[in-house]
Design a protein around this ligand. Structure first.
Ligand code: 26W
Length: 797
């Protein structure tokens, strides 16, 4: 630990200097910046990334070796902060790397949770167990508390009419009011300094933590009420205690709502403070900063900014609204109905009474302008579609509607997803504002997801291209295409995959005591949050089928068969019963298959617990086939699919999300595709409802369900819910896609027998992935949405 800390502090010192220089320079140049507000940042380990970005790896290696230490071992000592659930948080982290690398003046704003996403382990019955992730127990040298930045954030209280101090009049039409909160919590800034690759520019990720206004209530303390004395502190700190573990399902907890407001109120205060520091008026806010709302979680920033402008800065409503719309833009990351946040009006009125009034006013003005008030059914229907406020089981505020109305641009994260947003989810808005809806396809940082996690492949690419320019500009990878058929290059490429597989093999042996082969074994990996729409269930059911097939084979037939190691990892939200059942089933199936002597090393199924960024960095370079098999139209983009192709894995995927971009860029002949298209989904669903999914299910899958019901993997009652869903409506269309999924697996096995073809596909995949860089994504945002430009620190020679 000591060496790790000492090493880390040297890096931190260096970053602090660069950060100071960068911030001074941005101020001096008065450049426009972007502020990326996100309730999650899933950063991964810091040290290696920083050392690589500062181009100091060789120096550190040598210096430490001289003292008898190996840098790689020091890297392994670092914890991996789990301040995110999955795709959305990891995307934010990739964006920060790109923004710094390409010298964009940028800030990330998020929350410093005391506890990250729960730690997952697997119980003896194969079930998911959850433990608190007390990450701040250990020192974390890369985050510095900024004592100068502490901001009071109000809650609850009352709203009073604004009285003009000169005329003593209250004017309705000024729309101005005074909010008097009854509770305050302090937002404390904790800064993580973000280095770019090959540049001195160093940006800020500012994470807010909650503190009590007064640490101790001394009155209570002096009367001997020790518990009461610290109650206020505990209540306040509770606010940023825990990251909500729900991914794609809105939970509606009051504390979560408070977190969201706490994040945006502190952030806006901070941004406006910096604007005022430059002595610029608030009217200039849109030229000072673009603010990106990462999904709906930070959309309360819209009424908060309106409150600041109208109530505090005395700007008239229409002008304030113009400033607000010009400043904000909103990214949607999911169209699953259960993930779209809607907060009860009652709850908002209690916690943020003034904001509720402002939301109502925004809504009223918007509806006045965009829908005719009429009593006929058509105009009523239109109004209820457009309205931010929904009347269903309760009166609710639709946060995505607020995001659309209050932003100048709304984007989806892949072409298919952006089309669904424009034509379905928000079709009523896109006909009002056709130009507001745009697509910005996601991307991943090639620094972490190729250069750092797969150093051997990185070296091979650099030596082949005779340049490492690809690390900044991933489109250079296209030049690898001419080597796709080259025998010598293919051998080198395959040898690196083999090396990475050996690393993974060692890990599996150490962690689970399980021997898996590496020679002529296909490593087939699916790693992501466990969700019905991502269809891990279809994956495991297909291997039950394969298992049953192997059991029927003669020894001769077995010899012809490809060996496969199936790896699955991912966490399920603790309250998501079906997802937890899927984990249990995977583990039960794994136990049966792995211990069946008739199967031997033909098939192994491994569930790796506690999936994290660090585990992804180990698995992705070692993968031959990566599975992205969501029901078409459900996965907004996916980003690990990009990481895998970059590292030479071949995609086994459906026509969904960014799989479609992969197909388009590398050619369908280089991807193992299967299943129906998004346009066919509703018909299949309809058939399932009308005829019953069981009656339409292929015999192969019926047989698999039969085996589970016979108790082969334990009491079938334990899997009842997921089995019933499959036999009943099968919302995620496993039955309909099962046959073509098995067929795709057959094609994979056949292709594997032909190494020249396999490695050619693998190389073409990597060569065709230049578009998958977050550098391209950020350039898109910078040019089409944020209107910001790079501002590199001048080089001091
Ligand atoms: C309110 C509960 C909740 C929590 C998190 C709802 C939704 C979320 C996230 C938006 C879910 C998420 O991470 N979505 C993923 O975003 C990635 C980055 O754009 C995409 O690549 C994934 O397809 C999408 O599932």
């Amino acid at each position: 630990m000591g060496t790790y800390l000492a090493t880390s502090y040297t890096i931190r010192d260096r970053l602090l200097q660069l950060w100071n220089d960068t911030q001074e320079y941005y101020k001096k140049e008065k450049v426009k910046q972007v502020c990326y507000i996100s309730i999650e940042f899933l950063m991964g380990r810091f040290l290696q990334n920083a050392i690589i970005n500062l181009n100091l790896e060789e120096n550190y290696k040598k210096a430490l070796a001289g003292m008898g230490y190996a840098l790689e071992e020091i890297y392994e000592e670092e914890l991996d902060p789990a301040l995110g659930n999955g795709g959305l948080g990891r995307l934010a982290a990739c964006f920060l790397d790109t923004l710094a690398t390409h010298n964009y003046p940028a800030w990330g704003y998020g929350l410093r949770y005391n506890y990250g996403l729960f730690k997952q382990s697997i119980g003896t019955d194969g079930e998911q167990l959850e433990k608190t992730d007390i990450w701040l127990d250990k020192p974390y040298p890369f985050m510095v508390e900024n004592h100068f930045i502490r901001i009071p954030i109000g809650f609850c209280g009352t709203v009073e009419d604004y009285v003009d101090p000169n005329t003593k009049e209250t004017k309705e039409e000024s729309n101005r009011s005074i909010w008097k909160p009854s509770e305050y919590v302090i937002a404390q800034a904790n800064d993580i300094l973000i280095p770019g690759y090959g540049t001195d520019n160093t940006n800020t990720l500012r994470l807010w933590s909650a503190r009590a206004v007064e640490e101790l209530d001394f009155e209570k303390f002096s009367f001997g009420d020790f518990k009461g004395a610290s109650e206020q502190r505990l209540n306040a700190e509770n606010l940023t205690n825990v990251l909500y573990p729900n991914d794609n399902e809105a939970e509606g907890k009051e504390l979560r709502f408070k977190q969201q407001y706490f994040l945006v109120a502190a952030t806006l205060y901070d941004i406006i403070r910096r604007l005022k520091e430059q002595k610029r008026p608030l009217e200039e806010l849109p030229d000072f900063s673009a603010i990106q709302l990462n999904d709906t979680h930070p959309t309360l920033a819209i009424p908060e900014l309106m409150r600041i402008l109208v109530d505090q800065e005395m700007i008239e409503w229409d002008k304030a609204w113009e400033i607000t719309q010009k400043t904000f833009s909103y990214t949607n990351h999911t169209i699953l109905p259960e993930a779209l946040e809607r907060w009860p009006v009652k709850l908002i009125t209690k916690l943020l009474p003034r904001h509720m009034q402002i939301i109502e006013m925004i809504n009223w003005k918007f509806l006045e302008k965009n829908s005719q008030v009429g009593q006929n059914n058509k105009s009523k229907e239109l109004r209820s579609k457009l309205s931010i406020i929904e009347n269903s089981w309760d009166t609710l505020v639709r946060m995505a509607w607020l995001g659309c109305i209050g932003s100048h641009k709304v984007n989806g994260v892949s072409p298919i997803h952006s089309n669904i947003i424009k034509d379905q989810l928000f079709s009523h808005f896109s006909s009002i504002w056709p130009k507001k809806f745009v697509n910005v396809t996601n991307g991943v940082t090639p620094r972490r997801w190729l250069h750092a996690c797969n150093p051997k492949l990185s070296d091979l690419i650099t030596s082949t291209l005779e340049s490492d320019d690809w690390i900044y500009d991933l489109s250079h990878l296209s030049k690898l295409r001419e080597f796709a058929d080259n025998e010598d290059f293919q051998l080198k490429w395959a040898a690196i995959k083999q090396y990475n597989k050996k690393k993974l093999q060692r890990f599996v042996k150490e962690q689970f005591g399980l021997d898996i082969g590496v020679h002529d074994v296909i490593y087939d990996v699916q790693i992501k949050r466990i969700h019905e729409y991502k269809r891990q269930l279809m994956n495991i059911l297909s291997h039950v089928y394969n298992y049953l097939q192997i059991k029927k084979m003669t020894e001769e037939e077995k010899k012809q068969l490809e060996k496969k190691v199936v790896i699955i990892a991912g966490k399920a939200a603790p309250g998501y019963k079906a997802a937890k059942m899927i984990i249990k089933l995977i583990n039960r199936v794994s136990k049966v298959i792995n211990n069946d002597p008739e199967i031997g090393d033909l098939l192994k199924v491994i569930y790796i617990p506690n999936y994290s960024v660090t585990i992804a960095e180990l698995l992705i370079p070692a993968t031959d086939v990566s599975e992205h098999i969501s029901t078409p139209g459900t996965e907004a983009s996916g980003t690990s699919n990009m990481k895998f192709v970059l590292n030479g894995a071949i995609t086994l995927g459906t026509y969904d999300g960014a799989n479609l971009e992969i197909i388009e860029n590398i050619g369908e002949e280089n991807v193992f595709t299967f299943g129906i298209k998004a346009s066919e989904v509703s018909q299949v669903k309809q058939n399932n409802i009308e005829k019953g999914a069981w009656n339409l299910m292929p015999k192969s899958l019926q047989g698999v369900l039969g085996i589970i019901e016979e108790g082969k993997f334990g009491d079938p009652e334990e899997f009842r819910m997921i089995l019933q869903e499959l036999k009943g409506v099968d919302r995620y269309i496993l039955g309909n896609d099962f046959t073509s999924y098995l067929q795709a697996q057959k094609v994979i096995n056949e292709t594997w027998k032909n190494p020249e073809k396999w490695w050619k596909m693998s190389i073409i995949g990597c060569a065709g992935s230049g578009w998958a860089s977050s550098d391209r994504t950020i350039k898109d945002y910078a040019e089409t949405i944020w209107d910001i430009k790079p501002c590199p620190l001048p080089k001091i020679e």
